[in-house]
Design a protein around this ligand. Structure first.
Ligand code: COA
Length: 277
């Protein structure tokens, strides 16, 4: 049976799709949104492809092959959010049909938010609407100085509903109230101030800065990095006393793990741990 369009095909162990380009270099998977003519705006197929890729990465065998993901957009802009033409084609949809579309998009954002491995996001040009939402579900975001951000949905009479839990977790209610309500576009420096972006650099060094973060991730224990992602998710919004049993159990497990023991021995023996190539 032919695979469905969004399911992609496998080449040399790496998935391949129409609107999402995937490349592997060692333990790093490079995921590039690939609809540059419309500034990588999401349509139904791109959403399905991102979801299919995210679930393929969550497979246990792949967890140990891939230790970091770099998320980027082809062409002049990272991502212009939802495709206006696709949204227009949904004007005749019933509320139930819109609900089905919205649920697929919500599931895609959640699966990216919960990816087992660290995600480094590279932003040039613009990250608007869902594009800014992609920054919110990434772990480390590096943007070029001239990049413009915005939760512009209200300008179209809609709301940044699906991305709101992820964006609020990153930028907090104060900035979200202002930016969601006005739909204002803002520069990378402001995105950094509110915690959506971690580093703002010139275009000339954007790739080098992304690579530096990749190297930092590869120097961390692979299982420790994955455990950090789960830890942050599990303790988000909990009080210290409520989280105490979870945090104690997580660190106890790491200390007795082969990786935790190797890391500590390597430090004491003044050598590199076995996982750092
Ligand atoms: N959906 C569909 N098409 C889009 C799009 C979107 N969200 N954003 C851009 N495009 C298309 C444009 O219509 C244009 O198509 P055309 O060549 O057929 O005219 C093409 O992409 C290039 O856009 P342009 O505005 O000329 O590119 P730019 O590099 O000067 O600016 C942006 C890029 C992203 C800053 C600008 O396109 C923009 O502001 N887009 C709107 C984004 C938005 O409001 N998204 C929120 C959706 S909820």
């Amino acid at each position: 049976m032919q695979p469905r369009k969004h399911e992609g095909t496998k080449k040399n162990g790496v998935m391949s799709y129409e609107f999402v380009n995937v490349k592997r270099d060692g333990a790093v998977e490079y995921l590039t949104l690939n609809r540059p003519d419309v500034r990588n705006a999401f349509n139904e197929q791109m959403i399905a492809e991102l979801a299919a890729w995210a679930s393929s990465l969550a497979e246990p065998a792949r967890r140990h092959e891939v230790r970091a993901v770099v998320l980027a957009g082809a062409g002049p802009a990272f991502c212009a959010g939802a495709d206006a033409k696709w949204m227009a084609s949904a004007l005749g949809y019933t509320e139930a049909e819109n609900l089905r579309d919205a649920q697929a998009m919500a599931a895609m954002f959640q699966s990216l938010d919960e990816l087992p491995v660290p995600v480094i996001c590279r932003i040039q040009g613009a990250a608007l609407g869902g594009g800014a939402g992609l920054a919110a579900v990434s772990d480390i975001v590096v943007a070029e100085h001239d990049a413009v951000f915005g939760f512009t949905e209200v300008k179209l009479g809609i709301v940044p509903a699906i991305i709101s839990p992820f964006v609020l977790a990153k930028i907090g209610q104060s900035a979200a109230r202002e930016l969601f309500l006005t739909g204002a576009r803002f520069p990378a420096a402001r995105a950094r101030e509110i915690g959506l972006v971690h580093a703002v650099v010139t275009r000339a060094v954007l790739d080098a800065e992304v690579s530096e973060r990749v190297r930092a991730i590869l120097a961390a224990g692979p299982d420790a990095a994955m455990a950090v992602k789960v830890l942050i998710r599990e303790i988000r919004g909990r009080s210290p006393s409520d989280a105490a049993a979870t945090t104690a159990s997580v660190i106890a497990k790491r200390r007795v793990s082969a990786e935790g023991q190797e890391g500590l021995r390597a430090f004491l023996e003044k050598r590199k741990p076995s996982w750092s190539g």
